[in-house]
Write a protein that binds this ligand. Structure first.
Ligand SMILES: Cc1cc2nc3c(=O)[nH]c(=O)nc-3n(C[C@H](O)[C@H](O)[C@H](O)COP(=O)(O)O)c2cc1C
Length: 179
């Protein structure tokens, strides 16, 4: 990188300020072993065709499995799964121990952490774009689901929270305003 860029701590402060979803991106390696990591850099990209992206560190072990299988699953963690998010943010080889998961129906994609998710999206990798010390993995969403009873977990400023909590705050403001 040439020229002047923002100081690292300042950049982190800005980016940590904005809420992102707490997800676990999973993939099977060539030997069918499950891999996964906590990712907040996930978003929807396109509706026609349905595309989503995840930004993965070049050093991620899960990225190797994404490359090997050409597919991945975005597990959007549910409210109260803070410990799951923290557990998958490690390099441990036993991350999946104690977590129930199922393979996607179509045989393509990574493990679905069915007990922990508010929603999930099973993706076939369309593109892997280099982006600094990360790659942008773009996936075509083949199947998935959203659980109406569960709220998704979000992450900002090193804290977990949910859309439900935001809805309550908004609701109370509206009530005050109308009263
Ligand atoms: C809340 C949270 C969000 C994270 N977001 C990302 C992310 O967007 N991309 C990424 O590559 N790593 C992210 N990480 C870090 C990875 O989860 C961590 O480096 C993990 O150990 C990588 O595991 P792996 O090498 O087994 O794939 C995040 C961690 C936490 C706690």
């Amino acid at each position: 990188v040439t020229g002047r860029t923002i100081a690292e701590e300042k950049f982190k402060g800005i980016m940590a300020n904005a809420p992102g979803p707490a997800t676990v991106v999973t993939a099977f390696d060539a030997g069918d072993e499950p891999h996964g990591l906590t990712v907040s850099a996930v978003c929807s990209v396109s509706l026609h065709p349905p595309l989503a992206l995840a930004c993965l560190d070049l050093g991620s072990n899960t990225l190797a499995a994404v490359r090997e299988s050409g597919s991945f699953t975005i597990n959007y963690l549910a409210q109260g799964r803070d410990e799951v998010a923290l557990g998958f943010a490690s390099k441990s080889a036993t991350k999946f121990d104690g977590h129930y998961w199922i393979p996607p129906r179509g045989g393509v994609g990574g493990p679905i952490l069915i007990d922990h998710v508010a929603a999930h999206a099973v993706c076939r990798t369309e593109q892997i774009l280099p982006a600094g010390d990360h790659v942008i993995v773009i996936g075509l969403v083949l199947e998935g689901g959203a659980d109406k009873e569960r709220h998704a977990l979000a992450y900002a400023r090193r804290h977990f929270f949910t859309g439900k909590e935001m809805a309550v705050e908004q609701g109370s403001t509206l009530e005050e305003g109308s009263g």
